[in-house]
Structures are given as structure tokens and as C-alpha cells.
Design a protein around this ligand. Structure first.
Ligand code: AMP
Length: 215
């Protein structure tokens, strides 16, 4: 099964992708994570990505299409994948279709996660994660049971994304509204778009996603 999770920054795509990885044995393909790995490695791509991401803008389509095309070729994607953060523009969506057809693959579902913009700003500016195991936390909504200690692994180092500042979030939300949301009708017309309420509690969102995949 190959799925796209589509939604504004902070809608919960990463959280739900991790759950689908477990429940359906799929692989999460997050272009944001791939770019952050490139930034950490200090490569030329990483240098470019850092500037673009910190400004809240989008990376060039051709680069992102190539990145996903190469990743999908890898063995672990054979059982199916969850695209998280890709496609983000109409040219990316069209290139993805062409790429999948060329590889003899198809999309089973596109799941849109809807959340009000003001809630997104609050979610994003408060989020952080464990530097050791990646477990996600939030200043208000999900604090560790013991302050400063990761519930999952006991780690004591935490990090925040450089682009999770209020100013950058606004630009990222603009990019979503102007460049990404217009691809929703593309998938609606294909009859594979499902919409879930991203404002609901995490478990309820998972339930809605599983129900829409079973339908
Ligand atoms: P994310 O982790 O999905 O929120 O992505 C973080 C940042 O990486 C975005 O704000 C963009 O700058 C960049 N990015 C991630 N995926 C894409 C994509 N498919 N197209 C263009 N830029 C992307």
C-alpha cells in the first residue's frame, strides 16, 4: 500500500506516519527529514536546504522529485510507503504520478489532515523532540512525565527544529495554502482523496485514518 499524508505543517503527518509504519509495516518517507539529514551532513545540498528551510520557503521541485525517486527504488519501500511532506506542489504531484507509473507502482490513498491555522502555530512553536530517540514532545500539550527526561529512552537532551519559529511558521503556512493545498482537487478528481479531522486527539486521528484506508 502506498499512501500520501497531506496537511499543513504541524497537522500531525509525522506522528501519524510513525503509527502507520508500525500498524501497516510501511516505510515513512519524509522529505523534511531527508533534508535535515543533508543539513546535518554539511553537504552542498544541505547548505542550500538550510537557507531555504530557515526562510520557510520550498526547495526546487526537480531536486525533491529526484530525491523521492531514488528513495522509492530502495528495497525497504517494496512493501509500501507513506509520503510525508511530498508532493508539495502541482509539478511534484504530476512528476510523482509519472514516476510511479514508470516504476509500475500506484497510489492507494491520499489522506488530507485538516487543522485550523492558529492551532498549527501553537502546535509548531511549542514542539521539541528527544535528541536520542526522536520521541516528540510539546511545551503545553505533551510534557515528559519527569521534567527533562525522555519518557521513551531516558535521554536528557532535547532539540527544536530551526524552522519552528513563529515568523517561519507563518511563511510555511503561506506556502502550504498557496502551493500545496491546490493539489487537493487533483487527488479528489482521481477519487483517492480522504479527509480526516486533524484537530481530534492523536488516537482518534489514527482511528479515522485506519477507517478511511479500510473503506
Ligand atoms: P517538513 O519537515 O515536511 O515540514 O519540511 C521542512 C522544510 O523542508 C519545508 O519547509 C521545505 O523548506 C522543505 N521541504 C520538505 N519537503 C519539501 C518538498 N516536497 N518540496 C519542497 N520543499 C520541501
Amino acid at each position: 500500500m502506498n499512501i500520501i499524508l497531506l496537511g499543513a505543517p504541524g497537522a500531525g503527518k509525522g506522528t501519524q506516519a510513525k503509527r502507520l509504519e508500525e500498524s501497516r509495516k510501511l516505510v515513512q518517507l519524509s522529505t523534511g527529514d531527508m533534508l535535515r539529514a543533508a543539513v546535518a551532513s554539511g553537504s552542498d545540498l544541505g547548505l542550500q536546504a538550510k537557507e531555504v528551510m530557515d526562510a520557510g520557503r520550498l526547495m526546487p521541485d526537480d531536486l525533491m522529485v529526484q530525491m523521492i525517486s531514488e528513495r522509492i527504488e530502495q528495497d525497504d519501500c517494496r512493501a509500501g510507503f507513506i509520503l510525508d511532506g511530498f508532493p508539495r506542489t502541482t509539478p511534484q504531484a504530476e512528476a510523482l504520478d509519472e514516476m510511479l507509473t514508470g516504476k509500475g507502482l500506484r497510489l492507494d490513498a491520499v489522506i488530507e489532515m485538516t487543522v485550523d491555522e492558529e492551532v498549527l502555530v501553537e502546535r509548531i512553536t511549542g514542539r521539541y523532540s528527544c535528541s536520542t530517540c526522536g520521541a516528540g514532545y510539546h511545551d503545553k500539550f505533551q510534557v515528559p512525565a519527569k521534567a527533562g527526561v525522555c519518557d521513551q529512552c531516558g535521554g536528557t537532551e532535547f532539540k527544536r527544529r530551526a524552522d519552528d519559529t513563529e515568523a517561519t511558521v507563518r511563511t510555511r503556512l503561506d506556502a502550504y495554502r498557496e502551493q500545496t493545498a491546490p493539489i487537493l482537487p487533483y487527488y479528489r478528481n482521481k477519487g483517492i482523496l480522504k479527509t480526516v479531522d486533524g484537530m481530534a486527539a492523536i488516537d482518534e486521528v489514527t482511528r479515522q485514518i485506519e477507517a478511511s484506508l479500510a473503506a
